[in-house]
Design a protein. Structure first.
Length: 290
């Protein structure tokens, strides 16, 4: 009876340890499967971003002369912001999508600095939902306009013209477009473009270099130049976003690969330990019966 009781006891203990070991193996197996699925997703996103990046870079080369030309006009005419009653307008160029590193965070960080320096007379237009989400909690009262559905498709001049039309409805003396300027596949820098009101342009000291201009011509050019600068900034931001997302997804795929190797090694070691323990318990049980 004692031998049978001992046998039952040993068999019961073998079930507990086996179940405990199998539960560990099952947890590792599920984790390994989920990481492999994540790696497939990140690799797919990298391929999609690489295709979008090549197109964004091609479009950017065509859009740069438009933005540089509009910016050069302000520099050659020596347009400056008036010092009396400054009403600043800041346009944040981001998108609605994340998983692209610190592209949106750097734009929002620079805008926070601008608002902190002059909180009473600074208004913000958020192009993209990411900048709105970052600035909403602390500086929600400064946001006057949000443009969503940005980044799903390549930006067009019509998109920039619509945003410029809405921005012209707000009174401001000068402003800035804060965006990410593309430098290389792994590098970009947060830059700004100037925005001026019609009165500031009309008061420029060297405006006569561009022949005699009446108010209607200046107004027409201001509408076009604002749309051109926004279009250029959107193209720069889109190219920086796709390159950053491609780099981020590549790093995520590499990290997932390293985690898969570690989990596979842990799974094999745990499985060997479970098999070894079961063999030892079987041999011990057989020896107890003799």
């Amino acid at each position: 009876m004692l031998g049978r009781a001992g046998t039952v006891f040993l068999h019961h203990g073998n079930q507990q340890q086996q179940v405990r070991g199998m539960a560990t193996l099952k947890a590792i197996s599920l984790r390994l499967k989920s990481v492999k699925n994540i790696q497939k997703i990140t690799q797919s996103m990298k391929m999609v971003s690489a295709a979008k990046y090549s197109r964004a870079e091609r479009d950017l080369r065509q859009a740069r002369p438009i933005g540089v030309g509009a910016k050069t006009f302000y520099e050659k005419a020596e347009v400056s912001a008036p010092t009396e009653k400054p009403e600043k307008l800041i346009v944040a160029v981001t998108s609605d999508r994340g998983l692209c590193g610190a592209v949106h965070t750097q734009v929002a960080r620079q805008i926070r600095t601008e608002i902190t320096e002059n909180p009473e007379s600074t208004k913000v237009i958020c192009i993209g939902d990411k900048s709105r989400a970052i600035l909403q909690r602390l500086f929600g009262k400064h946001i006057i306009l949000v443009a969503n559905e940005v980044g799903r498709r390549p930006p067009t001049f019509l998109d920039a013209a619509k945003i410029a039309e809405e921005a012209s409805k707000f009174d401001f003396t000068f402003g800035k477009i804060i965006y990410n300027r593309f430098k290389s596949v792994v590098s970009y820098t947060t830059t700004e473009l100037p925005l001026f009101s019609q009165s500031a342009v009309a008061a420029a000291p060297k405006l006569t270099v561009y022949d005699s201009l009446d108010n209607d011509v200046i107004q027409s050019y201001m509408e076009f130049s604002t749309a051109a600068l926004l279009f250029y900034a959107l193209k720069e931001g889109a190219c920086s976003e796709q390159s950053s997302r491609m780099t981020a997804m590549d790093n995520a795929s590499k990290n997932a690969g390293e985690m898969i190797d570690k989990l596979t090694l842990t799974f094999n070691r745990t499985r060997q330990a479970v098999i070894t323990r079961e063999l030892i318990e079987i041999i011990s049980g057989a020896a107890a019966l003799q």
